[in-house]
Design a protein around this ligand. Structure first.
Ligand SMILES: Cc1cc2nc3c(=O)[nH]c(=O)nc-3n(C[C@H](O)[C@H](O)[C@H](O)COP(=O)(O)OP(=O)(O)OC[C@H]3O[C@@H](n4cnc5c(N)ncnc54)[C@H](O)[C@@H]3O)c2cc1C
Length: 462
């Protein structure tokens, strides 16, 4: 492609900003990033409270966050944040140690079985499911792997046949059953469901194992994690500051028209002309949202294939509250509440996070899911009330809510569409209307997978 190609990038989150970085590194300097809000970072949002930054969105990374590491190197920053730590409580607020055999004498046989299944699962992923952990989902439904290896920082392209990969279309709980490793769900659920990515009975195994590959999951278990002192938003603010063309904030895109090999974008009332457009913003939102976010099919001259495919996308309703407590009510550490990570406890508190351990004058943040594929959405206010009640039950009552949002989170498709080759159909559309699709739905809803997908998109098409 001509290096002077005029490229419009929709969205100034990790996917959009890293697309800018990788394009620039490849010699494409004629790019424009349009961001609808007055800040960059998207779901990496780190506001300030009492002089320190806390996390309303993304919190942590793992050592295999290679794309995030590319960004750190590009900007000369590092992961310098407070060490994470956690404990567990049951739904009555009692501290428990679910994985400690001495504290669970009756559960020893189950814990031993779990340990065996964990070993088996690790081996199966390496052998039976070879190729499972490439970024993105190309070819999986057809029993192929085709992408960039994530097992080392080199991230070289790899390709091959493996019919077993078709199993990744199953919901994760069925996938575990098929492989006789049901008990490993007790380990995976912590960094999966409580992080807002849905329940294992509804979510396709492809998403679970590509994000929580064996190594990544073990890094969570061992708490070998990265955080950033100034918050995850700082990574993307820094990247924005280091780009030749920082994102244009407060850009409201009214419409996008693609015709005669050109892309006409109407931004804040003015038409701009481009050659290509990369969309990292939501492609489809099934309901009306109070935050004004729309799917691209609503402001683009969407074609029938775009409308048809993108209408299959659903997303999680993941709610975050930042609360103050009285000093005597402040939790000593972050807590996971496994009892609340099941579908019949939708809307309840699943995790709460104490980021700053050296002071009690900072907020703690709470996390709840209020939607499951098979049930009605729990209304926002109801969920908020339940979470505040749960904090009381946990003996860490809130004295005040400082910040809150309900996030458009983890867009994904369900098993049937995944098995029907949704990803291969969308991948086949890349570039078709001078349009490229990136961001969470194309890989997974975390900082690194989205940035990595942008890297690959640039490698493959530019
Ligand atoms: C509570 C929470 C906890 C999380 N924890 C972690 C974690 O610990 N680790 C991790 O790696 N990830 C975590 N994530 C996920 C991570 O933040 C996201 O996956 C990542 O930010 C996705 O990047 P993105 O650029 O694809 O999308 P986004 O971050 O959503 O960015 C999209 C951008 O596009 C903009 N936009 C939308 N529509 C338009 C439009 N029409 N025109 C212009 N701009 C538009 C948005 O304003 C936004 O800035 C968490 C997220 C949340 C909410």
């Amino acid at each position: 492609m001509d290096k002077n190609t005029r490229i419009c990038i929709v969205g100034g989150g990790p996917a959009g900003l890293s697309a800018g970085m990788y394009l620039e590194q490849k010699g494409y300097e004629n790019y424009t990033i349009l961001e609808r809000l007055d800040r960059v970072g998207g779901k990496c949002w780190s506001p300030t409270y009492n002089g320190r930054r806390y996390e309303m969105g993304a919190i942590m990374g793992v050592p295999s966050y290679y794309a995030v590491h590319d960004v750190e190197e590009f900007c000369g920053i590092t992961h310098d944040g407070p060490k994470l730590n956690r404990n567990y409580k049951n739904r009555q607020g009692k501290v428990i140690e679910p994985f400690e055999p001495k504290k669970n004498l009756l559960k020893i046989p189950r814990l031993l079985k779990m340990k065996k299944q964990l070993k088996k699962f690790g081996e199966l992923l390496e052998t039976k499911y070879k190729g499972y952990d490439v970024n993105g989902h190309r070819g999986v439904a057809e029993g192929r792997y085709d992408g960039f290896s994530q097992t080392s920082a080199k991230r070289e392209p790899i390709k091959g046949e493996n019919p077993n990969l078709k199993d990744l279309s199953l919901p994760f709980s069925e996938f575990c059953k098929l492989n006789g490793v049901e008990l490993i769900q007790d380990i995976w659920i912590g960094p999966y469901t409580s992080f807002g990515y849905g329940s294992f009975d509804e979510i396709t195994a492809g998403y679970v194992v590509k994000y929580l590959d064996f190594q990544t999951c073990m890094n969570f278990v061992k708490i070998n994690l990265w955080t950033w002192k100034n918050g995850t938003q700082y990574i993307w603010e820094q990247l924005n500051d280091h780009l030749k063309h920082p994102a244009r904030l407060n850009s409201t895109i009214e419409s996008v028209e693609r015709k005669d090999g050109k892309v006409y974008v109407t931004v804040n009332g003015k038409v701009e002309e481009y050659d290509k457009i990369i969309v990292t913003a939501p492609l489809y939102i099934p309901n009306k949202r109070t935050d004004g976010q729309k799917g691209m099919v609503d402001y683009f001259d969407a074609r029938e294939d775009e409308k048809e495919l993108f209408s299959k996308i659903d997303y999680e309703r993941y709610d975050v509250l930042a609360v103050e407590t009285k000093p005597e009510d402040h939790p000593e550490i972050s807590y996971y509440v496994f009892d609340n990570m099941v579908p019949d406890r939708l809307g309840h508190l699943m995790v709460y996070y104490r980021r700053w351990r050296d002071t009690k004058d900072q907020v703690i943040t709470t996390y709840a899911l209020r939607k499951h594929k098979n049930t009605e959405e729990v209304p926002y206010e109801e969920c908020r009330k339940m979470v505040l009640e749960d904090l009381k039950t946990m003996n860490n009552p809130a004295s005040n809510v400082v910040n809150e949002w309900s996030v458009y989170y983890f867009p994904h498709v369900f098993s049937k569409d995944y098995a029907d080759g949704w990803y291969d159909k969308v991948e086949a559309m890349q570039g078709k209307y001078d349009t490229y699709y990136a961001g969470e739905v194309m890989s997974f809803g975390d900082m690194d997978e989205t940035a990595e997908y942008s890297r690959e998109l640039v490698e493959r098409f530019f």
